[in-house]
Design a protein around this ligand. Structure first.
Ligand SMILES: C[S@@+](CC[C@H](N)C(=O)[O-])C[C@H]1O[C@@H](n2cnc3c(N)ncnc32)[C@H](O)[C@@H]1O
Length: 254
């Protein structure tokens, strides 16, 4: 991920924007319960999922590229009295540190789409595979993009989020300009943050890879995983053609 101004430097705003997104918490909690062992969250952010699992008694390590996210996640762990069960580390999911091995690795909330090339994806999958114990489980989750994204006018602004920011004491709206390159399967997003109490607006840009499920399955199998299930929601139901929130249950058999 090569950002000029990393959107994830806005860790407090990220947290406030997604505070209401709780749909996947029980799903990850259940995966941690089944794993009955140490959990690794890839792209942990400010700890939305990891802190929930730690609060339910599971031991979680988180890794994230962004220093601001890591600092915020660790601060929240201290504030919640969960320091014994959750720690975040700064690092890259394409080269996980050797040593600790896990029963479960999760990659929630579309973070896998920050891996922009096949080389990045392969490096990450190999690193995850190496960091799992035999029988360990890997569950990446992603959203299928709204097809309108591919036909939008790249000059037009579309609202994507609307929330109250405690830290800024103002109501924020985020508008997006987005364009898709069908040759590279990359989408470029520019987000314009507009608060209602000041004239100031600021923007951040980021790029995501639109991974097709079959591409992911192929790379997972090539890495050595057995892909056991493709879920289409956070209630462990099998995916169908209408599903938009997908999770893959992958197992390191030996
Ligand atoms: C969409 S956020 C998800 C945060 C958190 N998992 C959640 O569910 O709220 C994506 C996170 O992935 C991190 N990230 C992106 N590329 C990464 C990489 N190569 N290695 C580690 N973290 C990365 C970003 O810094 C960001 O915090």
């Amino acid at each position: 991920m090569d950002y000029e101004d990393d959107i994830y430097d806005l860790s407090l705003l990220y947290e406030e924007q997604h505070a209401d997104f709780t749909e996947d918490l029980a799903f990850h909690e259940q995966l941690a319960r089944e794993a009955a062992g140490r959990v690794l969250e890839l792209g942990v952010g400010s700890g939305r999922v990891a802190l929930h699992c730690a609060s339910r008694g599971f031991t979680v390590d988180g890794i994230d590229l962004n220093a601001s996210m890591v600092e915020r996640a660790n601060q929240r762990a201290v504030e919640a009295g969960l320091r014994e069960r959750f720690k975040a580390f700064q690092g890259d999911v394409r080269s996980l540190p050797a040593g600790q091995q896990y029963k479960l690795a999760i990659f929630p909330f579309n973070s896998i789409c920050h891996l922009l090339t096949e080389t990045d994806l392969q490096a990450c999958l190999a690193a995850v595979y190496a960091s799992l114990l035999p029988g360990g489980v890997f569950v990446p989750s992603l959203f299928l993009p709204d097809p309108l994204l591919f036909t939008r006018n790249p000059e037009s602004l579309y609202p994507v989020a609307d929330f109250y920011s405690e830290s800024r004491q103002e109501h924020m709206v985020i508008y997006e300009q987005a364009s898709h390159n069908p040759l590279t399967s990359l989408t470029t997003h520019s987000w314009f943050f507009d608060g209602d109490s000041t004239e100031e607006t600021f923007n951040r840009s980021f790029t995501l890879r639109v991974w097709h499920i079959q591409e992911l399955v192929d790379q997972l199998v090539r890495t050595g995983f057995t892909v056991k299930q493709l879920y289409g929601d956070y209630a462990f139901q099998a995916a169908d053609a209408a599903s938009v929130a997908l999770s893959l249950r992958c197992v390191k058999d030996r």
